[in-house]
Design a protein around this ligand. Sequence first.
Ligand code: BMP
Length: 274
Amino acid sequence: ASKSTLPYHVRADSHQHLVAQKLFRIAEQKKSNLIISADFSDTDSLLQCADELGPYIAVFKTHVDIVHDFGEKTVVGLKKLAAKHNFLIFEDRKFVDIGSTVQKQYHGGALRISEWADIVNVSPLGGWGVVEALEQVISNETSPYRDERAVLLLAEMTTAGSLATGKYTQKCIEIAKQRGGAVIGFVATEALGTAEPDLTTTAKEDFLIFTTGVNICQSGNILGQQYQTPEAAVRGGSDFIIAGRGIYTSENRVETAKQYQREGWNAYEARIAS
Ligand code: BMP
C-alpha cells in the first residue's frame, strides 16, 4: 500500500478541505501527529485530560455518549480548550444507520455533535447514503459550520476477527472518491493505497489515515483489541496515531503523551525522508 511521503505542510497547502489544512498545520506547528482517545465517563475528567495533554496533541478524540453528565459544560469546555491549546475535536461516533436517522444523530439531538466536533466518522455499512446525509448537513447553506466539518470513513477496525476488511474496505475507498468533499480520510490500521505520490499535479485524493489501536507497551487485550506501536503505525502509513489507555492510564500521562508524540513525530520525519 502506498503511503504519503510528503511533509504535512505541503499537504496542507494543496488540500482542498479546510479541516485537513488546519490539521496538517497544527501537526506541523506542534510537531505532533498524536491524537488522544479520551474515553472518560465524566465531564471534569474529560476536560482535565484535554487541558493537561492539549499542548502535545493534534486532535482530541471523544466518545461523548459515555459521558454521564454530558451537557453545556462539556461542549463549552471542549471548545474553549481546543482554542486554548490549538487542537481539533474528533467525535468517534461511528454513525451506522440510514441517512435520515444519521442526520438527526449528527445535528441537534442530545449530543449536538455538529456544533462542536470538527471531525466525525461513519461506517458506510449501509452504502453511500449515510455519507451523503452527513454531507448535506455540513454543506447546508444555513449551517454556521460550513467547510469546518469533516468526515472520516471507518475503513478498518483494530479488533480480532474484524469484518471491516477486503471488499468493505475497498468500497470505503470508492465511496470516498465518489462522494462530495466532506470525506477527508479513513480510520484504518495502515495506508490504503490512496496516497498520491505527487500532489503538485493533483491533490484531489489526499486522504488522511487515522489509526486507532496504538500502544507502546501492550499488544492487545482480552476483548480482542490489537495494538501496534506509534512507530509501526506511522511507518505503515498512518498520518495520525490514536492512543487511549496506553497514555491516560499510565502513571504520568503528560510524560507518556510526550513519549508517544516524540515517537510518532520521529517516525513521520523518517517516512518523509525515505
Ligand atoms: P485504547 O487505545 O484505549 O485501546 O482506545 C482505543 C480507542 O479507539 C477507543 O476509543 C475505541 O473506541 C477506538 N477504536 C478502536 O480501538 N479500534 C477501531 O477499530 C476503531 C476505534 O474507533
